[in-house]
Design a protein around this ligand. Structure first.
Ligand code: ME8
Length: 646
C-alpha cells in the first residue's frame, strides 16, 4: 500500500468545547490536508480528544458528572463542530478507546523490556492545568511558568530514561532541518535539550481514571505519555499495516506543547521503542485576546461557528461563505513566529478588504465585463504574458509557503493573484479597448478569467465553498487538481459564464459602535459625534427639477494629488464612452491606490470649475463623515460602465 500523507493535530483536552485557538491548529491541518489532496497525495488526517488526565477528571467532578459521561459529551462536541467548519478529518481518536489503551500498554511494555523504564519516587510540583511536572527552580512566584496553580506531590512512580536520548535527539534535529519548524522554535528546543534532559515521571497513583500501567494496577500512565501515543495508536500499530501511515509527515500544534512534549519526550519515546520519528513538527504561536492567550481555562473564548453566524447576519453573506471567511481569517493571520491578536475590528477589516474588495470585486468585474464585451463566454484567445507570470508567481509562492507549512503566506499568495487581477483590469481597461475596437480585447478578457480560475484553485484548500461558488459562476467544474492551476485546459473556450452574483456583501463598518457578541468584555459605546451637515429643513423640489441633475457611474482610471493642496486629488474618470478630469477634496480619506479602478457616482452636468487652477469637469458624490471627511458612494455591486443613477 502506498504511504499516506499523515497529518495530525494535538488531541484536545475535553475540559471544555473548541474555540478559535484550538480551531486555528485544526484549520492549519485541514488546509495542509486539502492542499496535499489537490497535489494528488492520499491523505490521512487525524484529530481527536485527550480524556485521561487529572484535569479532565476534575472538570467532570466540577460539573457534577460521571467522568465517562462527561468525556463522551464534550468529545462529541469536538467531533460535531469540526465538520461545521468544513474540517475533513479521516479519523477521530479518543484516548478512552480500547485501541488506544492497548497501544499505550504495548508501548509501555516494550520500553520496559528494553530497560528504558525504572521505578523511583517522584517528589515535586504538579500543574494540573498543563498536566506537567515542575521542579522548584522552574516555578515563577510559586506558580507554574504558565501562571497556573501547582500542587506538591510525592509518589512512588515509574520513570522514563529520557536523559539517555539527549545526544540522539540533538543529532536528529541537526540532520533534519525540517524536523522542527519554525526555525526560531527549533533553536529553543535545542537549548532546552542542551540545558540537560531529565528523566520523566510517567505514571501517577491510580485515581480510578486513566490507563493502568501494565502489570501494576496501582498506577495509571502519566497523561502526556499516554496522549502522545495516540498518533501511533491510530495507525493500528503494532498490527500489520501501520507502515502505510506512520511516520506522520506533519504534526501540527501550538508552541505551548512543542518543547517539553512533542520535540523531546515524544521522539525519545519513539527512539526507545524503535519507531521512526515524524518528519516535521510545527509549533505555531498563539492567538491572543485582551493581552492573554485565548484558552478554555481563561474563559476568554471565541467560538468560531458563532463568529461565522454573526458575520452572516451582519453582512448578509451565506452561512457557507461566512464559515469560509472565518477559515480565511484564521489562515491569513496564522501566527508562526510571533503571537497574533484577535480583534473583531481586524476580522471585519480583513473580510471587507481581502474578501469583499479584492476577491469579490475581481469576480464581479471579470464576469460583468465578460458579458458586456465578449458575449458572456470564455474567449478563445492568447493569455497575456503578465497574467501568465502573475499566476505562475502566486502558485510558486504558495508551494514554497506550504513546503514550510506557512499557511499564512500561502493565503497571501492566493490573494496575490486576485490583487494582480484587479490592477490588471484597471490598467488594461477593457472598456477602453472595447470603445477603441482594439483587437487585444479577447486576450485581455481571457487573461482576466485565467487569473480568476487560478484564484479559485489557490483559495480552495482555505475556502472550499467559496472556490466552488467561483467555479460555478465560471460555469466550470471545480478545479481540484493542483497541476491544472494556470493550465490552459482548465479554462475551455466557449463555456458560458454565469451572471455575477456577489458572494461577499460588504460589512457596514460605520455601524461598528454597536457592541458585538464576540467582544470578551463589554466596552463603553462612544457617543456618536454629530454629523457636520445640520439637519435643516430642505427646500422642496419637483421630480422634474431633480431630473435635471445627471448622475452616472464612472470608473477612476488615474489619480494624483493636486500640487500645493493637501486636500485635492486630480482624477481621470471614464464614464461610459466619456472621459472627464475631476478634482475632488478627498485626499485626507483616500490614497491614489484606493481610488484607481473604483466605481464612483459622478454628477456630469455640473458647470466646470477651476480648483487651484486645475479644471474639474464634474463632481463625485460622497457621504460626509462625522469629522467632515468624505465617504465615497459606490454602487452596491459592479454596475455597467456609464450607467445612469436615479
Ligand atoms: O495541550 N492560540 O490540549 P489543549 C493558538 N491535550 N493555539 C491554541 C490556542 C491559542 N490561543 N489555544 C489552544 C493539550 N490552542 C493536550 C495535547 S497532544 C498529544 C495533547 C491549540 O486542549 C494549540 O494547538 O490544551 C495548542 O497546542 C492546543 O490547542 C492545546 O490544546
Amino acid at each position: 500500500m502506498a504511504k499516506k500523507y499523515f497529518i495530525t493535530t494535538p488531541i484536545y483536552y475535553v475540559n471544555s468545547v473548541p474555540h478559535i485557538g484550538t480551531a486555528l491548529t485544526t484549520l492549519a491541518a485541514d488546509v495542509t490536508a486539502r492542499y496535499q489532496k489537490m497535489r494528488g497525495r492520499e491523505v490521512f488526517f487525524l484529530t481527536g480528544t485527550d480524556e485521561n488526565g487529572t484535569k479532565v477528571k476534575e472538570a467532570a467532578e466540577k460539573a457534577g458528572k460521571d467522568p465517562m459521561a462527561f468525556v463522551d459529551e464534550i468529545s462529541a462536541k469536538f467531533r460535531e463542530i469540526w465538520p461545521g467548519l468544513y474540517i475533513e478529518f479521516d479519523d477521530f481518536i479518543r484516548t478512552t478507546e480500547p485501541r488506544h489503551f492497548a497501544t499505550v500498554q504495548e508501548f509501555f511494555r516494550i520500553l520496559q523490556s528494553k530497560g528504558h523504564i525504572y521505578s523511583g519516587t517522584y517528589e515535586g510540583w504538579y500543574d494540573v492545568g498543563s498536566e506537567t511536572f515542575f521542579k522548584e527552580t522552574d516555578l515563577v512566584d510559586g506558580k507554574s511558568p504558565d501562571g497556573n496553580e501547582v500542587r506538591w506531590v510525592k509518589e512512588d512512580n515509574y520513570f522514563f530514561r529520557m536523559s539517555a536520548f539527549a545526544d540522539q535527539l540533538l543529532a536528529h534535529i541537526e540532520a533534519n532541518p525540517k524536523f522542527i519548524l519554525p526555525e526560531s522554535r527549533k533553536n529553543e528546543v535545542v537549548s532546552f535539550i542542551k540545558q540537560g534532559l531529565r528523566d520523566v515521571c510517567i505514571s501517577r497513583t491510580n485515581p480510578g481514571w486513566g490507563i493502568p500501567v501494565p502489570g501494576d494496577e496501582s498506577q495509571v500512565v502519566y497523561v502526556w505519555f499516554d496522549a502522545l501515543i495516540n498518533y501511533v495508536a491510530a495507525t493500528g500499530w503494532p498490527k500489520p499495516g501501520w507502515e502505510a501511515y506512520w511516520p506522520a509527515e506533519v504534526e501540527w500544534m501550538g508552541k505551548d506543547i512543542l518543547t517539553r512534549f512533542h520535540a523531546t519526550l515524544w521522539p525519545a519515546m519513539l527512539m526507545g521503542v524503535g519507531l521512526p520519528l515524524p518528519e516535521t513538527l510545527v509549533g505555531h504561536s498563539w492567538l491572543l485576546m485582551g493581552g492573554e492567550k485565548i484558552s478554555k481555562s481563561k474563559g476568554n473564548v471565541v467560538a468560531p461557528l458563532d463568529l461565522a453566524k454573526e458575520l452572516a447576519e451582519r453582512s448578509g453573506c451565506s452561512d457557507a461563505v461566512a464559515i469560509d471567511a472565518v477559515r480565511y481569517y484564521m489562515a491569513a493571520i496564522l501566527p508562526i513566529e510571533t503571537d497574533a491578536v484577535f480583534t473583531n475590528d481586524e476580522f471585519d477589516r480583513k473580510y471587507n478588504n481581502d474578501l469583499a474588495n479584492d476577491l469579490g470585486n475581481a469576480l464581479n468585474r471579470s464576469l460583468a465585463m465578460s458579458h458586456k464585451f465578449v458575449g458572456g463566454a470564455i474567449p478563445d484567445a492568447a493569455v497575456e504574458a503578465q497574467a501568465v507570470e502573475a499566476v505562475a508567481l502566486a502558485k510558486s509562492r504558495y508551494e514554497a509557503a506550504m513546503a514550510d507549512f506557512r499557511v499564512n503566506d500561502a493565503a497571501d499568495a492566493a490573494l496575490g493573484v486576485v490583487r494582480f487581477l484587479n490592477k490588471y483590469i484597471d490598467t488594461r481597461a477593457p472598456w477602453a479597448l472595447a470603445k477603441a475596437g482594439d483587437p487585444a480585447l479577447p486576450s485581455v478578457m481571457r487573461s482576466m478569467l485565467t487569473c480568476l480560475r487560478a484564484a479559485e484553485g489557490l483559495i480552495r484548500p482555505i475556502m472550499p465553498k467559496t472556490a466552488d461558488e467561483v467555479a460555478s459562476q465560471l460555469g466550470l467544474p471545480a478545479l481540484t487538481d493542483w497541476d491544472r492551476i494556470g493550465d490552459e485546459s482548465s479554462l475551455p473556450a466557449g463555456v458560458a459564464l454565469l451572471q455575477p452574483k456577489p458572494i461577499f456583501p460588504r460589512l457596514d463598518l460605520t455601524k461598528k459602535d454597536e457592541p458585538k457578541k464576540m467582544e470578551p468584555t463589554k466596552t463603553q459605546t462612544p457617543t456618536p459625534k454629530p454629523a457636520l451637515t445640520p439637519d435643516e429643513p430642505a427646500i422642496e423640489i419637483s421630480i422634474e427639477e431633480f431630473a435635471k441633475v445627471k448622475l452616472k457611474v464612472g470608473r477612476v482610471l488615474e489619480a494624483e494629488p493636486v500640487e500645493g493642496s493637501d486636500k485635492l486629488v486630480k482624477l481621470q474618470v471614464v464614464i461610459g464612452s466619456d472621459r472627464r478630469q475631476i478634482v475632488a477634496g478627498i485626499r485626507k480619506n483616500y490614497t491614489a491606490e484606493d481610488l484607481i479602478g473604483r466605481q464612483v457616482i459622478v454628477c456630469v452636468n455640473l458647470k466646470p470649475a477651476k480648483l487651484r487652477g486645475v479644471e474639474s469637469q464634474g463632481m463625485l458624490l460622497a457621504a460626509i463623515d462625522t469629522d467632515g471627511g468624505a465617504i465615497l458612494l459606490q454602487p452596491e455591486r459592479e454596475a455597467p460602465e456609464g450607467a445612469g443613477v436615479r
